[in-house]
Design a protein around this ligand. Structure first.
Ligand code: SF4
Length: 560
């Protein structure tokens, strides 16, 4: 491991500063070490990971008002803590006041769940923390994390103690650093698996999460590592993805992709044409992350993701810099993995390689509760399982279920509102946090999505059997696309719109025809398609009936 000072001097030696020239993009490797914006300044003033000590020694005792604003709105994120939106402030919904003015004295806490892998003990501990400290709130995110709300800074050290006692962390769950590593929820148990990526995820998290030499990246850095042929970690839209593939001479390993991401300038990840064996996955991950730290753009926040650098450099130069400057060797060329079609979500009852079964169930737009998590843990343990998984579709899997216990578990989970055979509408609706807790939100999303599911199940009951392929509906509270606006069949971006009487009301700009896998591409923003939140059910019903009436044989929604 290279300590930060040594890493800095190495990159500075590599290319001297261009003093007197333009400010450039703030790339460290080109010598631009002076912070060019407030975020960079804050990170340079103090390594954000250091804030933990102040939470434990000062803020825990002094309470919310004792928190330094630079810690509150910046460094707290490196420990999974965001200030939560204050309720009922006039102007909040119309976006006429700054996000900072919306701070409540409570926090959202993100618990990272690398690879989506939890034991039932861990799930129960999260649930109990939620019951005690988070008003029984819990959301499963589309990055496999679990988020709690209503957290007080006074309780944070105790919560960390309880989480860490069972091997869970909030370290670098948010912030400009390596976020949670996505992994296949069926790693090690799926019959169609190319390679089990679990050891690679474990090695990276153990060696590099919380490592101060990688805790000041230009922006967030998202990782997906999966050996499933279903591409069940959305590799198309991560900063770095290792995608399972079989090399004709060397066997199972990973295809290396970089530079994917959504938000306001969406880009699909590009293949570098390199094959990575599992023993080298951590080394290659570290090389790409270090490249991002050193060459990533730091001047403008909205251009600071790896995707912009990769877009400017192209695949060939990106690979060459990784090889020459970070690995000191060439990567092996490798084949492209086959593009999957159909569902990636692992719902239903499915056989494992060991003769047991895994049961995948659908949450309603990620919304569960602490009590529900405790009950899921109990239900899993009653059938002899100790392993639960979260998915990038905000779902949950229980692994290792003996065949004779499957029906009982399915029924217990259904009693908790978690269905293994959901209708198409329940199956394919996702939502981000939205205005209930998120300070950047313009509109309500979670409850709107839950209401929409029930509404569509009634409206479209007569055509349910006609929907062969998924029609995905993703609700987002603002342009940041946390629930993947651009990759849904019907992507909804929250904004204020005018209703029939000309009033400004909550609504959505519609993006149509996005997809991943066979239909990989971003939905088109349809100019005339803005819908009020109240009219959303009508709009989706019209659209789906038109699609079903007009599609030619086998035509998926994204192709229509
Ligand atoms: Fe918040 Fe916007 Fe992300 Fe939704 S998309 S969670 S509203 S930042």
């Amino acid at each position: 491991m290279v300590p930060p000072t040594e890493a800095q001097s190495r990159t500075e030696r590599r290319t001297p500063a261009r003093k007197g020239k333009t400010r450039g993009e703030g790339q460290w490797a080109l010598g631009y070490r002076e912070p060019l914006n407030a975020n960079e300044r804050s990170k340079k003033d103090d390594n954000p990971l250091n804030v933990r000590h102040r939470i434990e020694t000062i803020y825990q005792h002094g309470g919310f008002d004792s928190i330094d604003p630079a810690d509150l709105r910046g460094r707290f994120r490196w420990w999974g803590l965001y200030t939560q939106r204050a309720e009922g402030i006039p102007g909040a919904r119309t976006g006429t006041i700054e996000p900072e003015e919306l701070d409540a004295s409570y926090f959202m806490m993100r618990v990272r769940v690398d690879g989506g892998a939890l034991t039932t003990e861990q799930l129960r501990v999260i649930g109990e923390i939620s019951q005690t400290y988070a008003r029984d709130t819990a959301d499963i995110t589309d990055r496999q994390n679990i988020q709690l709300h209503w957290i007080r800074v006074e309780d944070v050290p105790t919560i960390w103690e309880k989480l860490e006692a069972v091997g869970l962390y909030t370290t670098e769950a948010c912030g400009d650093c390596p976020r949670v590593l996505l992994g296949s929820p069926v790693a090690g148990v799926a019959a169609d698996e190319i390679i089990d990526a679990t050891p690679a995820i474990k090695e990276i998290t153990e060696r590099y999460i919380g490592d101060k030499s990688l805790s000041n990246l230009p922006r967030k850095f998202k990782t997906a590592i999966s050996g499933s042929p279903r591409w069940d970690t959305v590799p198309e839209i991560n900063d770095i993805s290792l995608v399972g593939v079989v090399h004709p001479e060397h066997g199972p390993g990973f295809d290396l992709w970089v530079g994917g991401g959504l938000s306001t300038n969406p880009k699909l990840a590009v293949r570098l044409g390199a094959w990575v064996p599992i023993e080298e996955a951590a080394e290659v991950w570290h090389a790409v992350t270090s490249l991002f730290r050193d060459y990533g753009y730091r001047r403008l926040r909205h251009r600071a993701r790896l995707k912009f650098l990769v877009d400017d450099w192209g695949a060939e130069k990106t690979r060459q810099v990784i090889e020459d400057e970070y690995l000191g060797r060439k990567l092996l060329d490798g084949p492209a993995p086959e593009t999957p079609g159909g569902h990636r979500d692992h719902l239903g009852v499915n056989p494992q390689v060991d003769g047991n079964f895994y049961v995948g169930v659908k949450s309603q737009a990620g919304r569960v509760s602490g009590s529900t998590l405790v009950e899921i843990a109990k239900a899993a343990e009653r059938v002899g399982s100790s392993r639960v998984r979260t998915t990038v579709e905000q779902n949950l899997l229980v692994l290792d279920v003996p065949q004779r216990q499957v029906d009982g578990l399915v029924s217990d989970l259904a009693g908790l509102g978690l269905h293994s055979a959901p209708t198409p509408w329940r199956r394919n609706v996702m939502a981000c946090t939205g205005i209930e807790f998120c300070k950047l939100a313009i509109v309500e999303t979670k409850q709107r999505a839950i209401d929409l599911i029930g509404d569509l199940e009634q409206r479209l009951a007569d055509v349910q059997g006609d929907v062969r392929d998924p029609v995905t509906i993703n609700l987002n509270g603002c342009p940041n696309a946390c629930a993947r606006t651009q990759t849904a069949d019907i992507g909804l971006k929250g904004q204020m719109v005018r209703d029939d009487e000309g009033n400004q009301v909550e609504g959505f700009q519609v993006h149509l025809g996005g997809g991943l896998g066979l239909d990989a591409g971003f939905g088109r923003k349809i100019r005339g398609h803005k819908v009020t939140s109240a009219d959303l059910g009508d709009y989706v019903e019209r659209l789906v009936r038109n699609y079903l009436g007009q599609r030619t044989d086998g035509e998926r929604f994204a192709q229509w």
